[in-house]
Design a protein. Structure first.
Length: 73
């Protein structure tokens, strides 16, 4: 197995496990906390907002590392 394949495999597993953890720790408790449909819909909207904020923060941190890599190393 090449280094590139290992990198892709680790990235894919990380993404899958991260989404599973998000579902277990954020989506399920938010869904079960409310009983009315509109409350559950609002909770899912806010959970999606949190997911997008986490993805944006990670992408921003990754961009900064790539951009400043010459200064870091």
């Amino acid at each position: 197995m090449s280094n590139t394949s290992i990198t892709y495999l680790v990235g894919a597993c990380t993404g899958i496990f991260s989404l599973a953890a998000f579902a277990v720790y954020v989506v399920v408790p938010a869904w079960n906390a409310y009983s009315r449909g509109w409350q559950r819909a609002a909770a899912m909207f806010l959970a999606l907002y949190v997911l997008l904020a986490m993805i944006g923060t990670g992408a921003g941190a990754g961009f900064l590392v790539v951009y400043f890599w010459d200064r870091i190393g």
